[in-house]
Design a protein around this ligand. Structure first.
Ligand SMILES: [Zn+2]
Length: 300
């Protein structure tokens, strides 16, 4: 939409305007900033500090809120062992994409807001003493969307895991491919799958934990092809959204559709793990790979 095509709010009919006002007021009441917020699952008002103390798990219904990347790392990685890699890789605007705001302006805003250079944080560290390569997709950076940088960092994380002979642990929360990068973002689906396949061929071990929400091109690529796939309780996991599917197949969707519990029943994920138990579960899982040495073979 160009500047000239912007709808003029003063041209709205009285009825429409009051509707807009109503929805704005409602939105404000439902999602108060500051001290309190409303659980998106059970509707309970939660004291923000209490939620943060509980690693962002609803005290009333145990809904697992989306966790910012840095908090995830702090929760999982043993203190003083985190070493971050590839922070120097930054997004390029190859398509000169502009939807009212130029793409790179959006990236800069996300950088300023999150204090990080991209949606994927990648590094090495220890989980209860087990050394791993960890990649965490952060939803707060442009919806955890996958563009060239995220794809490249997943590929590099696979290479790092092979080089150090360490397991690769990935956490996802994403709206899917980054549309601002067009087909270059879609290409990352094939690239990340190839990188994980290569890691597997070289004797590597990978775990993906899908957290709320994991959708679109991320679900349809690297999140779904690791050796073990875990999920947090209640996580929304899917490709297209439920409304799109329901209107396409013209059928009512089953209860719990696209939630982790539904996908466990259907065999898409291996296990659901509570956030409070994630660290010990991963440590146990990583012990199964003990003794697995990555053979020193040349890349094909
Ligand atoms: Zn709740």
């Amino acid at each position: 939409m160009t500047e000239n095509e912007k709808p003029d709010p003063t041209a709205e009919s009285g009825e429409k305007l009051s509707e807009t006002r109503f929805s704005r007021t409602r939105k404000k009441r439902d999602m108060p900033g500051g001290l309190w917020l409303k659980c998106e699952n059970c509707g309970q008002m939660i004291y923000r500090k209490e939620l943060e103390e509980k690693a962002r798990v609803c005290p009333a219904c145990e809904f697992h809120f989306t966790l910012p990347g840095r908090e995830r790392i702090a929760l999982l990685i043993d203190e003083g062992t985190w070493h971050e890699y590839f922070t120097e890789i930054r997004a390029l605007d190859r398509l000169e994409f502009n939807d009212q705001v130029p793409y790179l302006d959006k990236v800069r805003r996300a950088e300023a807001r999150t204090g990080q250079t991209e949606a994927l944080l990648c590094g090495t560290g220890a989980i209860q003493g087990r050394e791993v390569v960890l990649a965490v997709l952060d939803f707060s950076f442009m919806g955890g969307s996958m563009g060239e940088v995220v794809g490249e960092k997943i590929a590099l994380a696979c290479e790092l895991a092979a080089k150090f002979g360490r397991p690769l642990v990935i956490f996802t929360s994403s709206g899917g491919a980054r549309m601002h990068e067009g087909v270059l973002s879609l290409m990352q689906m094939a690239k990340t799958c190839a990188a994980l396949s290569d890691l597997g061929d070289r004797g590597g071990f990978s775990v993906c934990v899908m957290t709320h929400p994991t959708t679109g091109g991320v679900t349809a690529s690297f999140a779904s092809v690791c050796d073990v796939t875990l999920a947090e309780p209640g996580a929304l996991i899917g490709f297209a959204g439920p409304r799109v599917i329901a209107s396409t197949i013209k059928q009512e969707l089953p209860a719990g559709f696209q939630r982790a519990e539904f996908l466990l029943e259907k065999g898409q994920i291996d296990r659901i793990v509570r956030r409070s138990e994630m660290k010990s579960m991963l440590a146990r899982l990583l012990d199964y790979t003990k003794g697995t040495k990555i053979p020193a073979q040349k890349k094909r």
